[in-house]
Design a protein around this ligand. Structure first.
Ligand SMILES: NC(=O)c1ccc[n+]([C@@H]2O[C@H](COP(=O)([O-])OP(=O)(O)OC[C@H]3O[C@@H](n4cnc5c(N)ncnc54)[C@H](OP(=O)(O)O)[C@@H]3O)[C@@H](O)[C@H]2O)c1
Length: 431
């Protein structure tokens, strides 16, 4: 007797949802062969039922569309709910009711999981269900699968990722075309690599949501978003890009999870100078990449599309097939004891510091001794030629020093109008 189809409900039929319908259609015979039953999209929930959806109608019957989400979350025939609508609070409700109604959940929604993950994963546990979320971090790159299953034999010691394509595109174009920050953001918007409102991307929040999700797996515990230090790229100027380049570095927005010897973790998202010889420095434009170090495997890099309809749908559909097979991850993120998360102030890094001083005798020496007195030792210094008496930028590269030492020294230095004549920038260097 032929097996009953695996019935799924799709919430959202925009960029990602349409791609999901297309890939399920394209691979339907393969999946049917693998699972011994077909995957059937029983319902597709959208906000505006009147909107015409020609791209999707080829893959789902128009009468499967509804604007009533209960038709998916409450339908006993539907075994899996796929949430690709976006938002934070409504998806939380949809996922919670789907799980309590005995359904598995697939989502691409990093924001909802970063804010409500603890509750949602707990509900999955309580109901013996699973939440699959491969597409929520780095879209096409199967980094969740790698961390949950592939690297199960490892203690992950370090993870460093370029997880936001908008920021990487902006920083790349500032370097290769000499664009200013605003111009580069505008170009990213025109090319479809940035939202009309790019705030959550450029302020580092989107990357922080993703790091919190990866940290959940590698620390095997719930990581509250507030514990991820987050700084965006808004303050990075064309001047910083150019100075960094002449020093042999590129500026990248990095998401870093690093395990210290005592078992504590650093979790931070911020712009960082990465030496041009490093692989992450070579990840350019809108591409995403994650470098992972494990105590058995050493270092590895995964690289690919961090957004887009089919690349994102590729991961969503892989999750749908996993759910249909009943595969559960080896590394269950909810069963570990929370490690200590080190505050940013305790982290020791090298720094790039750019100040603007008046080109007058003795000023530079006074700035250097000020930094020295605060416990910041200078590794190198760069100063272009300037006209006597005119403001001139000076870049210091520091030796490794505790972050809080630099923060408080710079806060004090910014008040010293007798030494400085313009803004001060600090960018951490990732060695
Ligand atoms: N786009 C990407 O490259 C990408 C990559 C990785 C992850 N994601 C994540 O995937 C999710 C979807 O992104 P997207 O780019 O596909 O968004 P999108 O193009 O804006 O599509 C959203 C879809 O959800 C529907 N929807 C929104 N709010 C709804 C509500 N309250 N009730 C019912 N339906 C609702 C919309 O209905 P209407 O069509 O009627 O407006 C639309 O079909 C987001 O969480 C996003 O962060 C996206």
């Amino acid at each position: 007797m032929e097996q009953k189809p695996y019935q799924i409900g799709l919430i959202g039929c925009g960029t990602v949802g349409t791609g999901v319908l297309e890939l399920l259609h394209r691979r339907r015979d393969v999946f049917c062969g693998l699972l011994g039953r077909s995957i059937e999209v029983a319902k597709v929930v959208v906000r505006d039922i009147e909107k015409s959806r020609h791209a999707a109608y080829g893959f789902a019957e128009p009468d499967t569309f509804t604007d009533n989400v209960d038709e998916v979350t409450e339908d006993p025939e539907i075994e899996l709910v796929v949430e690709v609508a976006g938002g934070v609070d409504l998806p939380r409700q949809w996922m919670m009711s789907s799980l309590s109604n005995g359904k598995d959940v697939v989502t691409a929604n990093k924001a909802a999981l970063a804010f409500h993950g603890d509750e949602i994963f707990q509900a999955a546990n309580d109901n013996d269900r699973c939440v699959y979320y491969e597409a929520s971090v780095a879209a096409a790159i199967p980094i969740i699968e790698i961390l949950q299953n592939g690297l199960a034999a490892n203690q992950v010691t370090h993870l460093s990722g370029i997880l936001n394509g908008t920021c990487n595109y902006v920083l790349t174009r500032m370097e290769e075309a000499g664009l200013g920050y605003d111009e580069a953001v505008e170009e990213a918007q025109q090319k479809g690599f940035a939202e009309a409102d790019p705030t959550l991307d450029v302020n580092g929040q989107d990357a922080a949501h993703k790091l919190a999700l990866l940290a959940r797996i590698i620390t095997r515990s719930h990581v509250p978003l507030e514990q991820v230090f987050t700084e965006g790229i808004e303050q990075v100027t064309a001047e910083d890009i150019s100075f960094s380049s002449s020093l042999g570095y590129r500026i990248k927005l990095l998401s870093i999870g690093s395990r210290n010897e005592d078992g504590s973790w650093e979790l931070r998202v911020h712009p960082a100078l990465v030496h041009k010889d490093e692989v992450l420095a070579r990840v350019q434009r809108e591409v995403n990449a994650v470098q992972v170090k494990g105590d058995a495997v050493g270092s590895m890099l995964v690289y690919g599309n961090g957004a887009g309809s089919l690349p994102t749908a590729s991961s969503v559909v892989a999750d749908i097939v996993r759910a249909a097979k009943g595969d559960k991850p080896i590394m269950n993120s909810a069963n570990g004891q929370a490690p200590r998360i080190v505050s940013i102030g305790e982290v020791a890094v090298r720094n790039y510091i750019r100040v603007t001083v008046l080109d007058l005798p003795g000023v530079l020496g006074r700035v250097t001794s000020f930094l020295g007195m605060k416990g910041i030792s200078i590794q190198s210094m760069q100063q272009p030629e300037a006209k006597h008496g005119q403001p001139v930028p000076v870049v210091f590269v520091t030796h490794k020093v505790k972050d809080s030492v630099v923060s408080s020294a710079l806060a004090e230095l910014r008040e010293r109008t007798d030494l400085l004549n313009g803004p001060t920038t600090r960018i951490r260097i990732e060695d």
